[in-house]
Write a protein that binds this ligand. Structure first.
Ligand code: ASP
Length: 331
């Protein structure tokens, strides 16, 4: 698979007129070079555990607001730490809005935040289109970063997943990656697809029960498998996904025990992959449903690296959009 096989949907909204990144709403419109530059920038912020985390002044005088209308632990905390480590001030807002009033209320909230000199709005929302709606209405000096949009995209997760793979296996063109589980409802899978295909991944497989397969035609270029026996055979990377209960009706939820029996990643099944394969999970994990604890905490797991890399990636994205903004508007 290479870059040329992927249909791109450039989103001019997220780029400035000079082609640099202003908002990060999706990885879809970014080219390979832009993704590589963000990953290089992120790698420079990675430190071993126990070392002092990086601290810079790239965001001195900048205010970042985290506006989350869906639960989040790692993403919200890591955006906050990332902003603070770059010298920004941070405000956290957790708002519950009914979808009927969402668009209007969201815009009122962002106009208020603009008046409070907020420069970067980090938005997570269960409704598709909200980060883009906000990006379309903010003043030119403000950037909007998606922290997860419905089932559609989770761009910083896609970047941190790519970075985690690259740290262990730098030649992506030689790798086979299996994305396993509820791919249909997963924004993580879609952003991983965008990042890895742009970066020239060798082979990308989707492994899921039929009900969790994405729509026909989505994620072109991926082989689709309904069994782990075929889907995990000789892969280098296994990305496990959580069942997105919040995006489906109770009636369509599979029975947890039966799901684990067929699709759970156990030590035995891990042996289907290459001996040096790595195991990833965006978390929160459901141990005993999609993954066994022995695998989640085992020697092939890089799940904790993903968390650490999340802060570095969010630092890189924040530093990038603020650097691209140039000078502040007149007071
Ligand atoms: N934390 C990830 C997300 O926000 C994965 C998950 O929730 O399953 O999409």
């Amino acid at each position: 698979m290479n870059e040329g096989t992927v249909t791109t949907h450039p989103l001019p909204l997220q780029l400035r007129s000079d082609g640099t990144l202003r908002h990060l709403l999706t990885l879809e419109g970014l080219n390979r070079r832009q993704i590589e530059q963000l990953l290089q920038r992120a790698q420079a912020f990675v430190r071993p555990l126990g070392a002092t985390p990086p601290a810079t002044r790239d965001l001195e005088g900048v205010t970042v607001a985290n506006l989350f209308t869906e639960p989040s632990t790692r993403t919200r905390v890591s955006f906050e730490l990332a902003a603070k480590r770059l010298g920004a001030s941070v405000v956290n807002l957790e708002v519950q809005l009914s979808s009927r009033v969402k668009g209007e209320s969201m815009l009122n909230t962002i106009y208020t935040l603009e008046s409070l000199h907020v420069d970067v709005m980090v938005i997570r929302d269960a409704e598709a289109g909200i980060p883009g709606l906000v990006a379309d209405h903010v003043k030119p000096h403000v950037s909007v970063l998606s922290a997860g949009e419905a089932h559609v995209s989770h761009p910083t997760q896609g970047l941190l997943d790519a970075l985690t793979i690259l740290q262990r296996k730098p030649d992506l063109s030689k790798l086979a990656v299996a994305i396993v589980g509820d791919v249909r409802h997963s924004r993580v899978a879609r952003s991983a697809y965008d990042a890895l295909t742009r970066l020239g991944i060798g082979e990308l497989r989707i492994v899921a029960p039929p009900v969790f397969m994405p729509e026909a035609g989505e994620m072109p270029g991926c082989a689709r498998h309904t069994t782990l026996a075929k889907g995990l055979k000789d892969v280098d990377v296994i990305m496990m996904l959580r069942i997105q209960k919040e995006r489906m009706s109770q009636a369509s939820l599979p029975d947890a025990d039966r799901y684990f029996a067929k699709y759970g990643l156990t030590p035995d099944r891990l042996q289907l992959a290459r001996p040096d394969a790595i195991v990833m999970h965006p978390q929160p994990m459901n141990r005993g449903i999609e993954i066994a604890s022995d695998v989640a905490d085992g020697p092939q797991s890089v799940i904790r690296d993903q968390v650490r890399n999340g802060v570095a990636v969010r630092m890189a994205v924040l530093a990038e959009v603020i650097a691209n903004r140039g000078s502040l508007p007149p007071a």
